[in-house]
Design a protein around this ligand. Structure first.
Ligand code: MLT
Length: 304
C-alpha cells in the first residue's frame, strides 16, 4: 500500500504515465493509468501528454512506445523483461525472404525488435492481424513473422496464403491439445476463449468448434458481453485479474494455470518505484531504425 502511494506520488512529480500490459502482476496493474494489449498500449503511448512513460510490459513494447514518441522519455523498469518470440527472428531472416520475393509484403507481429519492424511493410497485433492481412493486395506474396500459430490462424480466417516464419511464444506454444481436452471435460457448459498464439490453435478447433480465437482485449470485450457465466481461458494467466475485475459476476478458468510469462513478471511494484525514482531504464531506438519502423507501426495503429 505505502509503496503504491509512493509510486503515485512520484508519478505526479515526474509528469509520468504508467502503462501496463494485461499480463502484468496485479499490483502493477493497480497503479497503472491504462491496462491493455499491445495495440491499446501503443495508441495510449501516442495519445498521452505526459513527458515520461513508464512501460510495464516487455522490451519490444517499450521500444514501440519510444518509436511512436521520439520526444518522450520511455522507461522500462527491468531491462531483462524480454520476449522469446521477439528474440526468435533476426533482420537477416527477413532480408533472406525479401531477396527471394522482391515484390513481397512483410507483415510483422508487434512482438518483434525494432530492427525487424524497420524491414516490415506493416505491423499487426493479435487484435487486428486478420483485418490488416485481409486488406493487403491479392497478387503479392506475404511473409508473416514471427508467430507461426497466429500466422496459421490469420491464413485460415482470411483465406490468404501466407509464408510463415517458424517462431512461437514459449508460454502460448505450451498450451496444447491435451490441456484443452481436460478442461472440456471439466467445464462442458463453458465458453472457450483461445489466444491465436496457442499451440493448441486452429488445429484444435475440431474439439470445440465454437471456441473463440481472440486477443486478450477481444477476450475481455467478449466475456463482458456474452450471456455465458463460465469461461475457459487459454492464454497467459495474467489476463485473469483483468477478466475478473471487468466481469466480476462471471467465472474464469485457465486452461493451463502455469502458463506464466517469466519476462512479464520481472516487472514488480518495487521496480516501478525505482524506475520513477531514478528515471531508469531509458529505452531509446536509433532514429534511423525508428524512422523505418514508425511507418509500419503507424499503419498498425490505424487499423482495428
Ligand atoms: C498483445 O497484443 O498484447 C498480445 O498478443 C496479447 C494479446 O493482447 O492478445
Amino acid at each position: 500500500e505505502a509503496l503504491a502511494q509512493e509510486v503515485l506520488r512520484l508519478k505526479r512529480e515526474r509528469n509520468a504515465v504508467i502503462l501496463a500490459h494485461s499480463y502484468q502482476l496485479p499490483e502493477v496493474e493497480e497503479v497503472a493509468d491504462f491496462v491493455g494489449d499491445s495495440l491499446g498500449l501503443a495508441r495510449e503511448a501516442q495519445r498521452t501528454r505526459a513527458e515520461v512513460i513508464v512501460f510495464c510490459g516487455v522490451h519490444f513494447m517499450a521500444e514501440t512506445a519510444a518509436i511512436l514518441n521520439p520526444e518522450k522519455t520511455v522507461l522500462l523498469p527491468d531491462l531483462e523483461a524480454g520476449c522469446s518470440l521477439a528474440d526468435s527472428i533476426r533482420p537477416e531472416d527477413v532480408l533472406a525472404w525479401k531477396a527471394k520475393h522482391p515484390d513481397g509484403i512483410v507483415v510483422a507481429y508487434v512482438n518483434t525488435k525494432a530492427e525487424v519492424k524497420a524491414l516490415a511493410d506493416v505491423c499487426v497485433t493479435s487484435a487486428n492481424a486478420v483485418e490488416v492481412v485481409s486488406q493487403l493486395p491479392q497478387d503479392r506474396p506475404i511473409y508473416f513473422v514471427p508467430d507461426m500459430f497466429l500466422g496459421a490462424h490469420v491464413a485460415r480466417v482470411t483465406g490468404r496464403r501466407l509464408d510463415l516464419f517458424p517462431g512461437e511464444c514459449h508460454v502460448h506454444a505450451g498450451i496444447r491439445e491435451e490441456h484443452l481436452k481436460a478442461l472440456l471435460e471439466a467445464h462442458p457448459g463453458a465458453e472457450f476463449l483461445i489466444h491465436p498464439e496457442c499451440g493448441c490453435g486452429s488445429g484444435c478447433l475440431y474439439l470445440k468448434p465454437d471456441a473463440k480465437m481472440l486477443s486478450t482485449e477481444g477476450m475481455v470485450r467478449y466475456a463482458k458481453g456474452a450471456e455465458a457465466r463460465e469461461f475457459v481461458v487459454a492464454t497467459e494467466v495474467g489476463i485473469l485479474h483483468r477478466l475478473k475485475k471487468e466481469a466480476p459476476e462471471k467465472a474464469f478458468f485457465p486452461v493451463k494455470p502455469d502458463a506464466v510469462c517469466e519476462y512479464m513478471k520481472r516487472i514488480t511494484l518495487e521496480k516501478v518505484y525505482l524506475s520513477l525514482k531514478e528515471m531508469r531504464h531509458v529505452v531509446r531506438v536509433p532514429e534511423e531504425v525508428a524512422r523505418k519502423a514508425r511507418r509500419a507501426l503507424e499503419a498498425m495503429v490505424a487499423v482495428g
